[in-house]
Design a protein around this ligand. Sequence first.
Ligand SMILES: C[S@@+](CC[C@H](N)C(=O)[O-])C[C@H]1O[C@@H](n2cnc3c(N)ncnc32)[C@H](O)[C@@H]1O
Length: 241
Amino acid sequence: VYLVGAGPGDPELMTVRGATLLARADVVIYDRLIAHSLLDLAPPSAERIDVGKRPGRPTRQSEINALLVEHGGLGHEVVRLKGGDPFLFGRGGEEAEALRAAGIPYEVVPGVTSAFAAPAAAGIPVTHRGLAADFAVVSGHRDPERAEAGWNWAELAVGPATLVLLMGMDNLAEITAELIRHGRPADTPAAVIQSATLPGQRVLRAPLGGLAARSGAAGLTAPAVVVIGAVAALGAEPVPS
Ligand SMILES: C[S@@+](CC[C@H](N)C(=O)[O-])C[C@H]1O[C@@H](n2cnc3c(N)ncnc32)[C@H](O)[C@@H]1O
């Protein structure tokens, strides 16, 4: 079983290794956010299984794990195609654990994560000499029933120079307010990149203090990556003087 990162959206951004494995797959088990044209790389005879989680049709992670173990156990070459990188907020770690526990051989094929690709698509480097020497990638969605619930605002606000927020659109007002409350200046440059690397890509830049209101007014929605920090001012269109 191969846990393959499909990249951030543009099908050209999947790795060569991923494409090679797809071309000989017996079974492709894929997520909602992957470019569907990638499925054409698999042989016509390959079984294609959509396990995308979406409102009203949730697929439980345990069911996905069971599918991987079932097909892997039958000796099929299985490509588990996941958005971005399989190990970044993609539950790929759980899938790997399930395969290991079942004694099924697997390989992880890293992918181009939206955490870097979305800023890059807007011309924003997550580190930049003199501006940002470190960054944190943060999930904007927390499950209150889980042990890791809650953010360490005090650390996030003043720690890493750049914050990259995934799954942050629903809680954007709360997240930006907490960061400011804990010491990140309200005039810190910030940007929202929606549908990065896809034809519908949209980029909005605003100071942290106005980001949630501006992005709400512009109708920006998931999937989007939010970048907060001095680097978010880079890559903008040059302003005519
Ligand atoms: C469940 S996480 C999976 C992340 C994925 N494993 C990765 O490495 O990119 C889904 C989140 O990734 C971000 N995302 C994925 N694709 C994106 C894209 N093309 N443009 C902007 N954000 C994207 C959004 O924040 C979205 O809510």
